[in-house]
Design a protein around this ligand. Structure first.
Ligand code: HEC
Ligand code: HEC
Ligand code: HEC
Ligand code: HEC
Length: 415
C-alpha cells in the first residue's frame, strides 16, 4: 500500500469509528429519553413514612395510609408518579379547607420531603387492603390447605393453622410459604394434591384468615420498608435474572429460548407487574414448581429467601416502574392555557403581574420539583384564585409529562 492509500484507509477507519460512536450516543440518548427513572430522590419508604406522619397526613389517612375517619386509604390504587402529583394538587384546596377548619397548620414540604413522600405513596398504592378472612377460610378449604394444616394434631408434621401467620403482610407470608415449599410440594404429591394456583386477591384473603385463626388482630399491613439495592442483588443471586429480563431486547419481537429454560415475562419498564404486592407474591408461588423443575434440570439449587429478601425484590422491581413522565412541549403549552395557568403566568409562562415566571430560570423541573413548588405556593395561589372567583385548576394525570416538558423548554424569543 502506498502512503496515500494507507492514509486513506486510516481516515476511512476514523470516520467509521466516529460514526459508530455518534450512533451509539444517539441510541443511548434515545433510550434515556424513553425511560427516565425518577431518581431525583432515592426512595426510602421508612423516611417517607416518617414524613407522612410528621406532616399530619396520617391524621386523616390513618397509620400506614390504611385509611381513617377523615380520609380514605391510599392503597391498591396502582399509583404512578404523575398520578400522585395530580392527586395531591387536585386534592389541595379541600385539604386547606379541612385543615383551616381543624385549625391545623398547613404542612410545608421541602424538596427531599416531597420526594420521599411521593415515593412512599407510590409503594402504598401497591400495598394490600386488609383481606377478607371469611373468604380466606373458604379458600383454605378449597385449596386443600386444611387437609394438612388442621387445628389439632397433624400426623404429617404440618404446623397447625394457628401457627401459620408468623409474618406481618401477605408478601412476607409468601416467603414463609416459599421456603417451606419443597416440603409442602412433596407432601402434596404424596397426597395427590396439585400445587395451588392463586388468583386475584386469594393470597391476601388466605393471609387474613390464618392471621385471624392465630388470634392476631387486624390484617392491616405496613407499607414495605425495604431496600431496592438489596433487591437487585437478590434478583441476580436467586437466578430470577436467568429467566426474566428487565428490558425487552431492542428489535426482538418474540423471545425464543431453549425449552429447559422457560423465558418469563419482562419485569422492568417494558413489562408489567401484578397490581398489588400480594399478587406479586401469588405470581411467585404460582411458578414455584416449574421454577424448581427448570432449575434442578440444570443442576441449580432452588433459592430460599432470608430476612426480608422477597420484600427487597418487590421494592426493587416496582421501583423500576417509578418513572418520570415524558411529554411534548407543544401539547404542554396548550394545556397550560386550557387549564387557566396562562391567565396568571402568561402564555409562555414568562410571568405576569398575577403570577411569576416559571420558565427560563435555569432550574429544570422534575415531577417532584413541580409537586414541591406547587405545594409550597399552593396557599397563595388558592387565595388568589378564590378572590378572583376562579375555580381551582384541575390537572389530569396525562398533563404532567407535557407540562414538565413545556416548562423545561427555554423561552422562545418573540416572533
Ligand atoms: C384533613 C384531612 C386530610 C389531611 C390532613 C390529608 N388528607 Fe389527603 N385526602 C383527604 C380526603 C378527605 C381525601 C379524599 C379526596 C378528596 O376529598 O380530595 C384525600 C385524598 C388524598 C389523595 C388521593 C386523591 C385522589 O384523587 O385519589 C392523596 C394522594 C392524598 N390525599 C394525600 C395526602 C397527603 C400526602 C397528605 C399530607 C401532606 C394528606 N393527604 C393530608 C383528607 C386529608
Ligand atoms: C400435603 C400437606 C400440605 C398441604 C396440602 C399444605 N401444606 Fe403448608 N405445610 C406443610 C408442611 C409439612 C409444612 C412444614 C414444612 C417445613 O417445615 O419445611 C408446611 C408449611 C407451611 C407454611 C409455613 C409455616 C411457617 O413456618 O411459617 C405455611 C405458611 C403454609 N404451609 C401454608 C399453606 C397453605 C396456605 C396451604 C394451601 C394453599 C398449604 N400450606 C397446604 C404441608 C402442607
Ligand atoms: C426457570 C425460569 C424462571 C425463573 C428462575 C424465575 N421465573 Fe418468574 N416466571 C417464569 C415464567 C415462565 C413466568 C410466566 C408463567 C408463570 O406464571 O408460571 C414467570 C412469571 C413471573 C411473574 C409474574 C409476572 C406477571 O406479569 O404476572 C413474576 C412477578 C415473577 N415471575 C418473578 C420472579 C422472580 C422474582 C424470580 C426470582 C426469585 C423468578 N421469577 C424466577 C420463569 C422464571
Ligand atoms: C390565579 C392565578 C394563578 C393561576 C390560575 C395559576 N397560578 Fe401558579 N402561581 C400563582 C402565583 C401568584 C404564584 C406564586 C405564589 C407564591 O409566590 O407563593 C404561583 C406559583 C406557581 C408555581 C411555583 C413557582 C415555582 O417557583 O416553581 C408553579 C409551579 C405554578 N404556580 C404552576 C401553575 C400551574 C401548572 C397552573 C395551572 C394548573 C397555575 N400555576 C395556575 C398564580 C397562579
Amino acid at each position: 500500500m502506498s502512503r496515500v492509500q494507507r492514509e486513506f484507509v486510516l481516515w476511512v477507519g476514523i470516520a467509521v469509528a466516529a460514526l459508530l460512536l455518534f450512533a451509539g450516543i444517539l441510541r443511548f440518548q434515545y433510550r434515556n429519553t424513553q425511560n427516565r427513572f425518577a431518581i431525583a430522590v432515592t426512595p426510602q419508604p421508612a423516611r417517607g413514612d416518617a414524613v407522612f406522619r410528621a406532616k399530619g397526613c396520617a391524621k386523616c389517612h390513618g397509620e400506614n395510609a390504611a385509611g381513617g375517619q377523615l380520609g380514605p386509604a391510599l392503597r391498591e390504587r396502582a399509583a404512578s408518579l404523575p398520578q400522585l402529583v395530580t392527586a395531591m394538587w387536585n386534592h389541595a384546596p379541600r385539604m386547606y379547607e379541612a385543615m383551616n377548619q381543624a385549625k391545623l397548620p398547613y404542612p410545608t414540604l421541602s424538596y427531599d420531603e416531597t420526594g420521599q413522600l411521593v415515593a412512599y405513596l407510590y409503594l402504598t398504592g401497591y400495598s394490600d387492603e386488609p383481606g377478607d378472612a371469611r373468604r380466606g377460610q373458604e379458600l383454605f378449604r378449597t385449596k386443600q390447605c386444611a387437609r394438612c394444616h388442621t387445628s389439632d394434631g397433624n400426623p404429617g408434621g404440618a404446623p397447625g393453622v394457628q401457627q401459620l401467620a408468623a409474618a406481618d403482610s401477605p408478601i412476607t407470608w409468601t416467603q414463609a410459604l416459599w421456603n417451606h415449599g419443597s416440603a409442602m410440594e412433596s407432601g402434596m404429591r404424596r397426597e395427590g394434591i396439585a400445587w395451588p394456583r392463586f388468583q386475584a386477591n386469594e393470597l391476601r384473603d388466605l393471609y387474613a384468615y390464618v392471621r385471624q385463626a392465630s388470634g392476631r388482630s387486624g390484617s392491616e399491613t405496613p407499607v414495605p420498608a425495604a431496600d431496592p439495592d438489596r433487591g437487585w442483588q437478590v434478583f441476580q443471586a436467586k437466578y430470577c435474572i436467568n429467566c426474566h429480563s428487565l428490558r425487552k431486547p431492542p428489535g426482538v419481537a418474540e423471545v425464543t429460548s431453549p425449552p429447559q429454560r422457560p423465558q418469563g415475562p419482562v419485569l422492568g419498564t417494558d413489562g408489567k407487574l401484578p397490581p398489588t404486592f400480594s399478587q406479586f407474591g401469588a405470581a411467585m408461588l404460582n411458578h414455584f414448581p416449574d421454577m424448581h423443575r427448570a432449575m434442578r434440570s440444570v443442576g441449580q439449587t432452588p433459592p430460599r429467601f432470608e430476612s426480608q429478601e422477597i420484600l427487597d425484590l418487590a421494592v426493587f422491581l416496582y421501583g423500576l416502574h417509578y418513572l418520570e413522565p415524558s411529554g411534548s412541549p407543544q401539547v404542554g403549552a396548550s394545556i397550560f392555557a386550557w387549564r387557566g395557568c396562562a391567565d396568571c403566568h402568561g402564555a409562555r409562562a414568562e410571568g405576569t403581574a398575577r403570577g411569576p415566571a416559571l420558565r427560563g430560570r435555569g432550574q429544570p423541573y422534575t415531577a417532584v420539583r413541580l409537586a414541591t413548588n406547587l405545594w409550597g405556593h399552593g396557599t397563595k395561589m388558592y387565595e388568589r384564585s378564590r378572590k378572583a372567583g376562579r375555580t381551582w385548576p384541575v390537572l389530569q394525570e396525562s398533563d404532567v409529562g407535557d407540562l414538565l416538558s413545556f416548562l423545561n423548554t427555554p423561552i422562545e424569543s418573540r416572533r
